[in-house]
Design a protein around this ligand. Structure first.
Ligand code: FPP
Length: 243
């Protein structure tokens, strides 16, 4: 079943890669006098709808910021709730995503995650690795600067081993060492809840992105709000020449 909302034909141009910072779960829970874990759980419902709609529209890549390297500083209860949601999300969604040929890539350092989460994420990447549909990138234990350091170190190691001429290091060479290697840069970055910061998300990939900051908190964000952001992107692209 396609999700409700607009279709690709309704847009003169669509982004090739959308990044989303899903912000406002905590404020949503507070507003409704609910436990913070419930805010994140409701946010996961939004996430499902947005992934489905992105796939229906035929957008090539979607990157979602689920857990930053800074999120470990939150209370043990909140971290545990988010870790559980990661397991629940993959348990309930992986069959549908795989059937739709979605290819999942985890952005971030999986080695520091608890064993069950690590195994789940590795298995999701393995199972969907040959799929040719939507590239779904989920940032977990991710930081943009750490990603750049990792890429630089990987280049340096190859240079030290004599397999890479330092003069051959250019933008393409560095981009090829990022978690998003092979995917286009982010064209549209959406951050919900009215906050206007990048918060260490896809620093390199957002170099030329359009930024849209809807006021709605993530659990209240709908497919219609997403379509509105995509329409705004299309207007901006037309005005500035587009691609
Ligand atoms: C920001 O809201 C959101 C997060 C830190 C987590 C986002 C995670 C999900 C929506 C679900 C988990 C992901 C997967 C892949 C299952 P906040 O808590 O910082 O909101 P606040 O600024 O209002 O406190």
């Amino acid at each position: 079943m396609p999700t409700q909302g607009m279709t690709a034909a309704d847009f003169p141009v669509l982004p090739r890669h959308v990044g989303i910072i899903m912000d406002g779960n905590g404020r949503w829970a507070k507003k409704h006098k609910l436990a913070i874990a419930f805010g994140h759980r409701t946010g996961t419902e939004t996430l499902r709808e947005i992934i489905r709609h992105t796939d229906d529209l035929g957008i090539g890549s979607l990157s979602l910021y689920a857990f930053s390297t800074e999120n470990w500083r939150r209370s043990d209860d909140e971290v545990a709730a988010l870790m559980q949601l990661i397991l629940d999300f993959f348990a309930s969604e992986i069959d549908e995503l795989d059937e739709k040929h979605v290819r999942i890539t985890i952005l971030g350092d999986k080695d520091r995650l608890p064993q069950r989460q690590r195994d789940t994420l590795i298995e999701a990447e393995r199972r969907t690795g040959a799929n040719t549909g939507l590239r779904l990138n989920i940032a977990i234990n991710y930081g943009g600067r750490a990603e750049l350091v990792r890429a630089a170190r990987s280049l340096a190691e190859d240079a030290r081993a004599g397999n890479l001429d330092p003069d051959a290091i250019d933008e393409d060479a560095l981009a090829a060492r990022l978690y998003t290697a092979g995917q286009p840069d982010v064209d549209l970055l959406i951050r919900t809840s009215g906050e206007m910061r990048l918060s260490n998300f896809l620093l390199w990939q957002c170099a030329y992105a359009e930024f849209i900051f809807p006021e709605k908190l993530w659990p209240d964000f709908t497919v219609a709000d997403y379509d509105a952001a995509l329409q705004e992107f299309a207007r901006r692209s037309r005005r500035f020449g587009g691609r």
